[in-house]
Design a protein around this ligand. Sequence first.
Ligand SMILES: [Mg+2]
Length: 369
Amino acid sequence: MKITAIRLDRMRIPLDPPFLAAWDPVPRRWFGATLVRVETDEGVTGVGSGGTMDGFAPYEELFLGRDPRQIVRHVQTIETIGFHVGRYWPLEAALWDIAGKLSGQPVAVLFGGARASLPAYASFGELKSPAERADSVVAAREAGFRAVKIRISRADVASGVAAVRAAREAVGDGVEIMVDLNQWWRMPGDISPALDAASVRRLASELRDLGVLWLEEPLPAGEVDGMRMLREQTGIRVAGGEMARTPAELLDVISAGALDVVQPDAVLAVGMLRARTVGEVALLRHHWFTPHTWTDGLGLIANLHLVAGVGGGPYVEFPYDPPGWTEQRRDFFLAAPVRIDSGGCLQVPAGPGLGVQIDEDAVSHWALP
Ligand SMILES: [Mg+2]
């Protein structure tokens, strides 16, 4: 069996200006989506997505003519490319889609088959006023979510804490609340100072008193001792690693006792195979493993197979922040949107591979020139 072609369908995603401005002053390509299709000489095609795949074309020949089932070899090859240029992990997701289709099994089963579903948490992206955020948490609870994650800007911690407090007062203890400070990574061009460790420690103490389940990426990448001390000094759970560049970075942070919740995104950070290894190490150390999923619906599904396969949790991230971020934006090129069930859970697609169908009309409609 051989890979005969790797096709990239590049698409744009419209985003509301307020949402976009919260993340980055300049709209750029990383808010686009690229569907990767790996075609084979036996007619089986795998799909993956999660990054732009910009700059991949010169490296295509490293995969053409190879057996798509040699996934370790392909992962190692993607790592050598990523050392120099981009991280082309959506390609690996497409290879797992092929492997699942060939075996007639969901990728989650190939990854261990620990669970068939996981409770989802509504992961918010926008910065909203305390009243608006409290309303959105109430609405998320009514939509079936048992947990939510609120983003706090390091530029306005007071408003962020006020939003968390308003949310807690609105829903009591019936909804778990997580908080993300997003300090482990930066948008290109963002060279503003990080929030310092003393401020973060005060923030963590306030959030702990508000019953926050975890504080995500409280300190910049590499601040391993700081994250460990934050855990020890405040008692709050620390989460992170969604955009880590290597498995070694994640394993070192776990070994240093700096994380309670380990979150590499399988299609952005280190790939599915490596994230599986990191996840299993985290679980063997009795930490939580629950990957970041903020790319698009197909990237979300790849991470769902991973976390369900290895038995991570306790929740899976579900990007959801209407009206700025909706299933129409997240899942626009899937034939069916990804939805939680009546119990607030995401079911792993039961079909072989990643188990998703592509909406070809949407791929054409949103195609970048
Ligand atoms: Mg995050």
